[in-house]
Write a new protein. Structure first.
Length: 314
């Protein structure tokens, strides 16, 4: 049987192209952009939104990116440093920092989808934004994606984000709705809570026209700049860790006590099958496994109904 003749695979993109003498994003020559005075924040707007932003929008994005570039020894920096201990390429260490972002730490995707869901419901159900904010808080009580927590009670940074957005006249429906969510959460909570950085940065980014997904990408990459410095410092100041060198003291172990390994001939006397013969037996075994930390039986996976997901345009 002869080889099948077919056209080689090609990437097709509406974002950018590169030829021998220039790189073009959304129709603009990137060298011409920087030569004419446009900055990094401007090109981010062009890249993700295909538009040159207003000066006030650029100022707001610069503000947010500077806030997000450094966050001390938080999870992204920790991941960068752990990877750097293996004397890896610095790009591996920096890349590891991005893996910290998920549906709890920097949960911009989940947070944005939540806001869009309840804003849409307000219109469909004929409820005021204050009423919908109370419903949102009630239905998402304790969620790490609420944009409200006890993290910023003594730190004015989150509130200052909204103040800057309002002074620059870029605050819109998302900041407005998030402020109502804060009031509803404070009313419902027995403990002091206030706007946190997820709510402040997320709502402001959405009012600048960025989607939840693009916000996630922009903030995570911005944080990785600072994590590069952490990774390099780790290489410069701390000893490298060799494979097998790390010890874990027995005093820190809280699992099953040491026990003898049974001989193979006695194996059938102690084995316990994973299958259950009755529903009651399965329930009992399931509850027992939930007590075993590291088994995953206490984790709840959030799986969205595929019929309710946005349809992908082909």
């Amino acid at each position: 049987m002869g080889a099948i003749e077919r056209e080689p695979f090609k990437w097709h993109s509406t974002v950018s192209y590169k030829i021998i003498d220039k790189i073009v994003t959304r129709g603009y020559d990137t060298t011409e952009l920087v030569e004419k005075g446009y900055g990094l924040a401007d090109v981010i707007f062009i890249n993700f939104q295909a538009r040159i932003p207003l000066v006030k929008e650029t100022k707001m994005l610069n503000y947010l990116m500077i806030l997000c570039l450094e966050d001390g020894l938080s999870t992204p920096a920790g991941l960068s440093r752990f990877v750097a201990k293996g004397h890896t390429f610095v790009t591996q260490s920096v890349g590891a920092s991005i893996l910290a972002f998920g549906n709890a730490y920097g949960a911009f995707q989940a947070y944005g989808r939540m806001l869009d869901k309840y804003l849409s419901r307000a219109g469909k159900e004929g409820k005021s934004l204050d009423e919908m904010a109370e419903i949102l808080v009630k239905e998402n009580n304790g969620s790490p994606t609420l944009g409200v927590s006890n993290l910023m009670l003594k730190d004015p940074a989150a509130k200052r984000v909204f103040a800057r957005a309002e002074s620059l006249d870029v605050a819109g429906k998302y900041i407005d709705f998030q402020k109502r969510i804060v009031k509803a959460a404070q009313k419902a909570s027995k403990e002091p809570v206030d706007l946190d950085m997820l709510g402040a940065i997320g709502a402001t980014m959405f009012d600048l026209g960025f989607s939840p997904e693009s916000t996630w990408a922009i903030i995570a990459i911005t944080r990785s700049f600072g994590c590069g410095a952490h990774a390099i410092e780790e290489e410069e100041r701390e000893p490298r860790v060799l494979f097998g060198a790390a010890l874990t003291p027995k005093a820190n172990y809280e699992g099953t006590p040491d026990r003898p390994v049974p001989p193979l001939k006695d194996r059938n006397k102690i084995v316990r099958p994973a299958t259950s013969k009755t529903l009651e037996e399965w329930k009992k075994n399931f509850e027992e496994m939930k007590k075993l930390k590291g088994s995953g039986f206490t984790l709840v996976e959030e799986i969205e109904d595929p019929r309710k997901l946005p349809k992908v345009k082909k």
